[in-house]
Design a protein around this ligand. Structure first.
Ligand SMILES: Nc1ncnc2c1ncn2[C@@H]1O[C@H](COP(=O)(O)OP(=O)(O)OP(=O)(O)O)[C@@H](O)[C@H]1O
Ligand SMILES: [Mg+2]
Length: 528
């Protein structure tokens, strides 16, 4: 064998060697085996998706790879060598960086500060802000988003998508060889997903391995070459994306084929009187909003990120009220000044941002579920033992209804998997006596099977005469669930579409009908 051949062989073997490998990893938490003897390989320059139901153990595995959790048993091999991390810093030093499901940025600090947190360049013992901003700008340029994000912007002023990009810039600043992203796209719209995944392709081209978790199989198939399925903490298998179909992966995930995704839409008999009517309403962000919501219907709100969907929900719920126009609740004009007033008027708001608005992470599941139970009962609960007992009885009923996977309702919510936390938020509102429900991205981060059960649940609510306003970035969800669709664009309602409208119709309206090319891209990316 010639020297040249030998070198070539060496390169080939190197490429065939996993960059990262786990062997027989197990991890238990009180009451649950999160990972059960999992072995898995990640190759260099590969985009590898990890999928599975809520609570399957995906985040736990990633945290172990990133040094945030220590496994009970098993090995981690980095380029064939055994490593053990007792702190994320150690993993980072070896080139493994993780972006968590729940972000870790400091909202009241600048982008640059967040990127270089703990490693700020300094001059004479003080932070050299100018240098820090310049370095941050370079990183942002490297990933092609320097025009979108300024190093001096406050993180709190950024959209979720932009925060994601800051996290990636930060990862690159650590010279990551393996980038782990836990549900990076859950909070993004199709256009943003595309932007993010284009960036991932670029990183891959530079030889970085990317491991990402997602509940959206479309993008898993669009971008990943390998797909690993976990179920109940065990490895079901790893497949090449090109060898299988989404239905096969769903089968691996849930152990059966799912034949039904959406419950039947409402029928005219289901729809009752108008319970919410908004006329010529505006505020700082929203312009001239007009719509009616009837008892027993699901009114879908579609639109791109930033189009004003969440702002509209927040206006109705009194977070940022309308400042002009009228709002009528059950036929009575009123000004909903704050959320307390909205709740008193039986409006429920299942928010998209569970971390800051939805839950009390350090409180037991039980207490979180009962947060909205009518205030009287709640405030005077200690005096009325009966009331509290009654409310407590609700907990298992609610838990079952939304299918929270836990061995005990006394566990703190923070220890639930992301999707199961979302289910607790839902349960909390189901326990209230609201009859107008606003859902903002109700199934974000929720696995296929639980998604179907949440859709059923929403439809059951309407059967009881409850009116539902449902915001969603997932067009299949909008189309599958909505009895009518309002499409928002640039702070106003661009138009209304009937049930069963198509994705192109909605997207065309959602982009103001103006950005046809973008629409086509989005549609190409969003086929389900
Ligand atoms: N720190 C912890 N303490 C106790 N239990 C935990 C902890 N972290 C995870 N678990 C439990 O381990 C199991 C696996 O959770 P994990 O977060 O890995 O799921 P996941 O696959 O990421 O789910 P999701 O899709 O909902 O994010 C769950 O039952 C969860 O409640
Ligand atoms: Mg998770």
């Amino acid at each position: 064998m010639t020297e040249e051949q030998k070198q070539k062989d060496e390169i080939i073997t190197k490429q065939c060697e996993p960059i990262l490998e786990v062997e027989n990893i197990s991890k238990r938490f009180p009451g649950v085996v999160a990972l059960d003897n999992v072995s898995l390989k990640f190759m260099p320059g590969e985009i590898h998706a990890v999928v599975g139901e809520n609570g399957a153990g995906k985040s736990t595995l990633m945290k172990i790879l990133a040094g945030a959790y220590i496994p009970d048993s098993g090995n981690i091999l980095l380029r064939g060598e055994r490593v053990s991390f007792s702190h994320p810093q150690q993993a980072q030093d070896k080139g493994i960086t993780i972006i968590y499901q729940e972000f870790n940025l400091l909202p009241d600090r600048t982008v640059a500060y967040n990127i270089f947190l703990g490693r700020e360049p300094s001059k004479l013992g003080i932070i050299d802000i100018r240098k820090m901003n310049k370095n941050a700008e370079e990183l942002l340029r490297e990933i092609g988003v320097e025009k979108m994000i300024s190093p001096t912007a406050m993180v709190s002023s950024l959209s979720v998508a932009e925060q994601q990009l800051v996290e990636i810039a930060k990862a690159i600043s650590f010279n990551a060889k393996v980038l782990i992203m836990d549900e990076p796209t859950a909070a993004l719209t199709y256009t943003e997903v595309k932007l993010l995944l284009d960036l991932v392709q670029k990183l891959k081209a530079k030889g970085m391995s990317v491991i990402f978790i997602s509940h959206r199989l479309v993008e898993v198939f669009d971008f990943a070459e390998k797909i690993t399925v976990l179920k109940d903490g065990q490895l079901v298998g790893t497949v090449n994306a090109k060898d299988v179909k989404p239905a096969d992966v769903v089968y691996m995930m849930v152990g059966r084929t799912l034949d039904h995704y959406f419950p039947p839409l409402g029928t005219p008999e289901d729809f009752g009187e108008v319970v919410l009517k908004v006329t010529n309403a505006s505020n700082n962000f929203l312009k001239d909003i007009n719509f009616e919501l009837r008892k027993g219907e699901v009114l879908g709100i579609a639109g791109l990120q930033g189009s004003g969907r969440t702002e509209m929900a927040q206006a109705v719920f009194g977070v940022v009220p309308f400042t002009s126009g009228t709002l009528e609740l059950r036929g009575k004009a009123m000004i909903v000044k704050n959320p307390a007033m909205a709740i008193k008027n039986r409006i429920g708001f299942v928010t998209e941002d569970r971390k800051s608005e939805g839950i009390l992470p350090k409180q037991p599941i039980r207490d979180n579920m009962l947060l909205t139970v009518r205030s009287i009962q709640f405030v005077f609960a200690p005096l009325f033992k009966n009331g509290i007992r009654k409310a407590r009885k609700l907990v298992p009923v609610l838990g079952k209804q939304v299918d929270v996977r836990t061995d005990s309702y006394d566990r703190e919510v923070q220890y639930l998997s992301g999707g199961n936390q979302q289910k607790v938020v839902l349960a909390k509102w189901l326990a209230s006596d609201a009859d107008i429900f606003i859902f903002d991205e109700p199934t974000r981060g929720i696995d296929v099977e639980a998604k179907a059960s949440i859709h059923d649940m929403i439809r059951d609510l309407t059967k009881k005469g409850i009116a539902v306003l449902m915001i969603s970035s997932e067009l299949p969800e909008i189309i599958g669930m909505s009895d009518r669709v309002l499409v928002m664009w640039d702070g106003h309602i661009e138009g209304e579409l009937p049930a069963k409208s198509s994705e192109p119709e909605i997207m065309l309206m959602a982009t103001g009908g103006k950005h046809v090319k973008e629409t086509q891209n989005v549609l190409a990316a969003g086929k389900e």
